[in-house]
Design a binder for this molecule. Structure first.
Ligand code: GDP
Length: 294
């Protein structure tokens, strides 16, 4: 997990702190750092900003040793996450009944599995979740969610194929209210995200459902694509929080940082496996522990 980013940052710190540097050599190392960051899914703006600040700090002797350099990096990186804010899912859910979440994301990223994991997680916290299959277009989409629901024993609200996804989602809210469900997790279609009809369909669902949260699910393994998807969905529909799935097999490391920076929205969970329990609340401090050298 995040192994390559850690190795890039470690090797930079090792080099910078091992010998005295000429200005020219320092700039060379800074350029190399930028290239390595970008090739490990760190967006260019972050690489540029971080490298620039580090060059400045080393040159002006604001950091005098390895420990101070690492702390300096940590503070810069933590700043990006602070700007993205944070969300206390449980207290939000406790204060809004039923608590409505609309999930967005391209097919194959792990969206359906993630919805089931979050439903499973929230039930563990004492909530009564309902999952809603609002992709009435793609054959098998509703069954896919239903299979998860059966496995974890959480009900799934479905409708006719071809039915209007927004009306289905709307009906599911009244259903949830009448039956005492306190969280509604709505799955949506994820055809090619640039599909104009899909954007309209998702906007309509959001207009009708008025969700408390619009959660985007991305696949860490797709690297830069996941960052582009975050920018796209945030611009076209609006995103309040992000789940980064498949982090267990993800070595590059830059995706959580880049997404938080690119759309200034918090990452709330990471997916760390295929099991329903393989979901972890995302903690920027823990993430920085993993990518920064000792
Ligand atoms: P969807 O099309 O976006 O709904 O994707 P699915 O939920 O069907 O997931 C696609 C594949 O990714 C499935 O084989 C899931 O088991 C797998 N998957 C989802 N989340 C994770 C994760 O966090 N880690 C790993 N290793 N696999 C995952």
């Amino acid at each position: 997990m995040f192994r390559r980013l850690r190795s890039v940052l470690s090797s930079f710190v090792d080099k910078i702190t091992s010998v005295a540097f000429s200005k020219e050599k320092l700039l060379e190392e800074i350029e190399e750092l930028k290239i390595q960051l970008v090739s490990n899914d760190v967006v260019y703006e972050v690489a540029e900003d971080l490298a620039g600040k580090l060059a400045d700090a080393v040159e002006n002797k604001l950091v005098r040793n390895r420990k101070e350099l690492v702390e300096y990096m940590r503070n810069i990186l933590l700043g990006y996450f602070r700007e993205a804010g944070s969300i206390d899912l449980e207290s939000l859910a406790r204060n809004n009944k039923p608590f409505k979440i609309v999930f967005l994301g391209v097919n194959g990223v792990g969206k359906t599995t993630t919805i089931a994991k979050i439903a499973f997680y929230l039930r563990g916290k004492g909530f009564k979740p309902l999952m809603v299959a609002a992709d009435t277009f793609r054959a098998g989409a509703q069954e896919q969610l239903k299979i998860h629901g059966d496995r974890i024993g959480i009900p799934v609200f479905t409708g006719r194929y071809g039915a209007d996804p927004a009306s289905l989602a709307f009906d599911s809210i009244s259903y949830a209210r009448n039956r005492g469900f306190d969280i509604v997790l709505i799955d949506t279609a994820g055809r090619m995200h640039t599909d104009v009809d899909l954007v309209e369909e998702l906007r309509k669902i959001v207009r009708v459902v008025k969700p408390h949260l619009r959660v985007l699910v991305v696949d860490a393994l797709t690297g830069n694509d996941s960052i582009q998807q975050a920018i796209f969905f945030n611009e076209k529909i609006g995103v309040d929080a992000v789940v980064v799935a498949k982090v267990d097999a993800y070595e590059q490391g830059g995706v959580p940082l880049s997404i938080a920076y690119a759309i200034r929205k918090p990452i709330i969970f990471i997916g760390i496996g295929q099991d329903y329990k393989d979901l972890k609340p995302f903690d920027p401090i823990e993430y920085l522990e993993k990518i920064l050298p000792e």
